[in-house]
Design a protein around this ligand. Structure first.
Ligand SMILES: *Cc1c(COP(=O)(O)O)cnc(C)c1O
Length: 385
């Protein structure tokens, strides 16, 4: 693929750092994880950041730390990665899915009131493709119903609402360093905790439930355990890669922003052919981190998603779909009475759009090339089912 949808940009500095870790013999509990956590907290302005093995692990622990479990319901966007919903199901609680808003694909805040029950305990806010959700509205809603707030920021590193980094509004925020996210550590994630007590709980849960106060005795192999816990830690090898990637994030974000703008200006002509795109605002209030550019052909009934992606692939252009189904329509979550019509906006995104590459591996010339291909293909007859 000439222009893959996503590709991690790993340089020799990441390789050198990994070599240093391997030579040091200290593969966990070392300075790389401490430095990465500190730098991440500083970048996001959070009181504390805790390195973990994945975003999913981070979300799972957030619910455990908040005491969410069987019998509880958690409101969550239907247009998200299945991991958001799975994190809720893993603790025995029930995800209650919210359809999306048309303009950005984020959860439709107007629907929340109608979905609250006496079992609702929390809301999982997903900043879809890095476009921040209006956290003032979420905060007011959560306060009025006594709900906890957790933020899934897997695609939102660098995104801000009202000048404040996402992931710092709720009780917890979780980030992903999977290879095609904004930065990578191979696999990995980071949890932001809103206060020291929350952070202490995550540190214990990620390491077998070790009592967090006795760091020194733990190092000597002497510890006590007063709760269940997992092994959800991040190794020094992963942290070394992640730390260097974080230092490159500002330049990655600049490239994403420039590519997004380039798409948006190309789409002025494509709109005349029936194309539209999901808005990723960048103003005083909403600062998107521009994960992908979602091009919608819902006004072009003659185009089939599969054929379109094949034709683009033949031209060397990688695409993706975010996400291939609304989560409530996935086999694991689908109830017998659930229909596509229950989630009309999320379904339109899943079935009538494609996500185009805009990561730092993509040049503005690539964007023009991709948009030129869309323009050509819109006019050809063989795009149908
Ligand atoms: C990728 C992704 C996840 C999962 O992240 P992992 O680090 O792979 O666990 C969760 N939520 C969203 C919205 C994602 O895009």
């Amino acid at each position: 693929m000439k222009i893959p949808f996503g590709r991690p940009l790993i340089g020799s500095d990441e390789a050198d750092a990994v070599k240093l870790v391997l030579e040091s013999g200290q593969l966990v509990h070392g300075k790389y994880i401490r430095d990465f956590e500190e730098d991440f907290a500083e970048f996001t302005g959070a009181p504390e950041a805790i390195g973990v093995s994945s975003c999913t692990a981070g979300l799972h622990m957030a619910w455990l730390a908040l005491g969410i479990g069987p019998g509880d319901e958690v409101l969550v966007s239907s247009q998200t990665h299945v991991a958001s919903a799975h994190s809720i199901s893993l603790v025995g609680a029930k995800p209650v899915f919210v359809d999306s808003e048309q303009t950005t694909g984020n959860l439709d805040l107007k629907l929340l009131e109608g979905l609250v029950s006496e079992r609702t305990k929390a809301i999982l806010v997903v900043h879809y493709l890095g476009t921040p959700v209006n956290m003032d509205i979420v905060g007011d809603f959560a306060n009025s119903h006594g709900l906890r707030v957790v933020e899934d920021c897997a695609l939102a590193l660098g995104a801000k609402y009202d000048e404040q980094h996402v992931g710092t509004f709720g009780d917890f925020g979780a980030f992903s360093f999977y290879p095609v996210k904004h930065i990578t550590s191979g696999e990995g994630g980071m949890v932001l905790a809103s206060n020291p007590e929350h952070a202490r709980k995550i540190r214990a849960l990620r390491a077998f439930g070790y009592q967090a106060k006795d760091d020194d005795s733990r190092a000597k192999g002497l510890y006590d355990v007063d709760q269940l816990g997992m092994n959800y830690r991040m190794s020094e090898i992963h942290a070394a890669i992640g730390g260097i990637q974080l230092s490159k994030l500002p330049e990655f974000l600049k490239a994403r922003e420039a590519n997004y703008d380039r798409y948006a200006s190309n789409f002025r002509t494509l709109e005349g052919l029936g194309w539209s795109f999901l808005d990723q605002p960048r103003d005083g209030t909403f600062q998107s981190s521009h994960y992908a550019f979602v091009a919608s052909f819902s006004l072009l009934p003659s185009i089939s998603q599969g054929v379109l992606r094949d034709r683009l692939s033949e031209r060397g252009i990688g695409t993706s779909v975010y996400y291939p189904h609304p989560v409530p329509l996935l086999a694991y979550y689908r109830e017998p009475q659930t229909k596509v019509e229950n989630y009309p906006v999320a379904s339109a995104i899943s079935y009538k759009s494609i996500a185009l590459p805009l990561g730092p591996h993509v040049t503005e010339g690539d964007v023009d090339f991709i948009c030129g291909a869309l323009r050509d293909l819109s006019n050809t007859a063989d795009m149908g089912k």
